[in-house]
Design a protein. Sequence first.
Length: 152
Amino acid sequence: MPKTCILIANGHRARFLEQDQSGATLVELADFIYPAASTLTQASAARASGKQGQGHGSAEHGGTPFEPQTSGVEKAYSRFARQLADYLNRAVDKQHCDRVALIATGPMLGALRPRLSPRAQEKLVRSVDSDFTHYQGRDLQQRVQEALGPGD
């Protein structure tokens, strides 16, 4: 019976699920929490308060005001996306998945898709821009079924 591997993710947490063809069972196989999530929250708060980057391009900082700034959030999405894609690619290579679905926030989808192996991309049946990481049990089951649609 074909199995669909479903990766549910945002920038801080991800869950790797397996669903059989009937959609009646949804089994969580792995749970990932990005260790820098609390650091990202603190960095976002500092940016919002304007405390981050003071002195950039002045005597307090040796750089110039024209240095490109790479967001810590962008770097975190990239590292976490790499970890998740590697896990998913290995599952596809080991033939644990007949089909793949991604349900993730927009930035995470954007970071995940290019990191999928060609085999995983061939098996990708659906990408959904949504955050289901905090749902459990029947609520999660229902939302996944609605997101993937009938027959998926």
